[in-house]
Design a protein around this ligand. Structure first.
Ligand code: FEO
Ligand code: CA
Ligand code: CA
Ligand code: CA
Length: 608
């Protein structure tokens, strides 16, 4: 059905209210079924999860903690390893690989009687070993059955990536002296990944996972690191003596022992879920910072373009343009596209114009005089390079993703309490921005066929998060329909984090921080064009303490997977005395981060 404006008349689900309680909520006519929870076995005879019996070897073959990004990768009947593009092209929406990030661990919610006390050192050693297996990423084969979506324990595709998985470093910074350590003098082999927040997918069947808050895994005082460049670098990522004490148990996380080890984290990682023996690759061409994720725009016979954010106060929005051309069907070639290219940082100017500024050694201020000796220096210190170039400091850029229908790119800016009144700019218009906002980048060209390689763009403020009726104008949200007062009292939200688009071009925003405003985090859906542009409707609510991550549709749009991260995360909530025990509500189990599959009970398209 078309509305008067010509836009598709959609998103007709019955909106759910703002709430704050101990369970999750979907609209009437929908079901949300649990697919995977922390501790679920990947192996056929893995057995039930018994938290008291967990050890590192067990955790290495079970679903990890704090699920975040989700990629659904279809499984074709007649394609094998190395044929990722054929699997993707099959668009199979009933069988596939669920590829899920595990962002970080929370030992006080994972272990009974948890204590940082050195008297518990023996137990702590085992805890750290478990935590290093509980972060990273999981691949699980899943199938849609008569009883909803089911994981398939024992599938040969099931795989865990953790802090001990061997990975290769590729691209311009691979092998550079700043990536060499005692354990790896080559600077090209690294053990594992951490801080895996959001990510992306490629049409050649690989998955991209981000390394975001990696600084928290490292311990030591940067001022005790002799090299000034590295000391400044480590400070910038929040490495401090007060951090987690993993360095006491595993010396590579102590920067006074291995000052270069942090330079091997903070990258995007690409891996092939269809080939479980393959080594993931850290992609240095995409720069080193607190990556939220990178998402692709890939058009046949053109360079691949990827967009991403650096989730920290006053950090930047980035774009990558590959040197090579995307050639559908040539998987061997496509798999190298993210190894070489140009990284850019965004400059948002007054009046809605913008430019992409290239991070290329020797160009502009990126010279030896400013401490950049080669392209590796530019990529390892991408933040400093982007700042020198004059990129616009943003309000914590989270997901940046392109709408497949109108071909515009949307930037989630979650919040920035540090922004002072004198620092506001056109693209970040609110001081002490507690609610966040969303920008729309419009590359040149017509709707649906825009030029993402162009170095200039137009941009708009798509919405401002927060309550449209807030008394303080600086905290007042602004949405498409709110100017006319027709947005529902439950339609507003704050702190946009992850984003997904359905096939009709509707935007689905997952939030991280709404409890501060009195209601649960969750999911809000809205049109990007027409009369209902930027007028959100509330679709999903988390149990208290949880944030929502990873919204991901199956290709047919009939299933929406979501990640509920850190349920029951609240003051004084512990393994032994949790705020609640979602989703099991079993006194033998703690609250468990879980992935849910949301479907319409009549089998129709989610959201229509
Ligand atoms: Fe891990 Fe930027 O959220
Ligand atoms: Ca998170
Ligand atoms: Ca996030
Ligand atoms: Ca966040």
């Amino acid at each position: 059905r078309k509305s008067a404006s010509g836009a598709q008349d959609n998103l007709r689900f019955a909106e759910i209210p703002h709430r704050l309680d101990f369970t999750h909520h979907v609209p009437q006519g929908y079901v949300a079924e649990r697919v995977l929870s922390w501790g679920d076995p990947l192996d056929a005879f893995g057995g039930d999860f018994i938290p008291e019996k967990l050890n590192a070897r067990e955790q290495a073959r079970r679903f990890g903690y704090n699920n975040d990004f989700i990629a659904f990768m279809p499984l074709a009947e007649n394609a094998g390893p190395g044929e990722g593009d054929k699997h993707c092209l099959s668009r199979n929406s009933e069988r596939g690989l669920l590829c899920v990030n595990h962002e970080y661990t929370q030992p006080h919610l994972m272990f009974s009687g948890y204590s940082e006390d050195s008297a518990h050192r023996g137990t702590r050693d085992e805890h750290v070993a478990i935590e290093q297996q509980a972060c990273g990423h999981t691949v699980v084969e899943v199938e849609k059955t008569g009883h909803g979506w089911q994981p398939i324990p024992g599938s040969p595709y099931n795989r865990r990536l953790s802090l001990t998985t061997p990975m290769t470093i590729v691209g311009p910074a691979a092998g550079d002296r700043r990536l060499q350590t005692g354990g790896d003098p080559s600077g090209t082999q690294v053990s594992g990944t951490v801080g895996n927040c959001a990510g992306g997918k490629t049409p050649w069947g690989t998955v991209l996972i981000a390394e975001e808050g990696f600084g928290g895994a490292f311990q030591g005082d940067p001022d005790n690191v002799a090299d000034e460049t590295e000391a400044r670098n480590h400070h910038a990522f929040g490495i401090s003596p007060g951090n987690r004490n993993w360095g006491d148990y595993d010396q590579r996380f102590d920067i006074t022992v291995e000052p270069n080890e942090p330079n091997r984290f903070g990258w995007m990682v690409e891996y092939d879920p269809y080939y479980p023996q393959s080594a993931p690759r850290k992609l240095t061409a995409l720069g080193r910072f607190e990556h939220e994720g990178f998402t692709l725009v890939s058009k046949p016979e053109q360079p691949v373009v990827a967009y991403g954010g650096d989730d920290d106060e006053h950090q930047f929005v980035y774009r990558f343009v590959s040197h090579g051309i995307y050639r559908p069907g040539d998987n061997q070639h496509n798999r190298t596209l993210l190894h070489e290219g140009t990284l850019y940082a965004a400059q948002f100017s007054e009046g809605g114009s913008g430019r992409w500024l290239p991070l290329v050694h020797g160009q502009g201020p990126l010279t030896r005089e400013n401490g950049f000796h080669n392209q590796a220096d530019v990529l390892v210190d991408a933040r400093r390079a982007a700042k020198l170039l004059g990129a616009t400091p943003m309000d914590r850029p989270e997901d940046v993703e392109t709408n497949p229908v109108n071909d515009c790119t949307y930037v989630m800016l979650t919040k920035n309490k540090q922004r002072k009144p004198e620092d506001v700019n056109a693209a970040n218009p609110r001081a002490r921005n507690t609610a966040g906002h969303v920008l729309e980048i419009v590359p040149p060209g017509r709707s649906g066929a825009r030029d993402h390689v162009s170095d200039t763009f137009r941009w708009n403020t798509f919405l401002l998060g927060g309550n449209p009726n807030a008394e303080n104008p600086a905290e007042r949200g602004a949405y498409g329909q709110s100017q006319r007062g027709t947005i529902s009292p439950h339609g507003w939200f704050a702190n946009p984090d992850n984003v997904a688009f359905d096939q009709r071009g509707n935007m689905w925003i997952a939030t991280d921080g709404c409890e501060r405003f009195g209601f649960h985090d969750g999911l809000w859906a809205m049109a990007t064009e027409g009369e209902q542009r930027a007028a959100p409707k509330h679709f999903f609510g988390c149990p208290e303490g949880g944030e929502l991550c990873g919204p991901e549709f199956t290709p047919d749009g009939n299933t929406l997977f979501v990640s509920v991260q850190h349920p029951a995360d609240a003051d004084n909530s512990t393994f032994d005395s949790p705020l609640h025990r979602w989703p099991d509500n079993d006194p033998r189990l703690p609250p468990r981060p879980s992935v849910l599959a949301i479907r319409r009970t009549d089998g129709g398209t989610v959201g229509s």
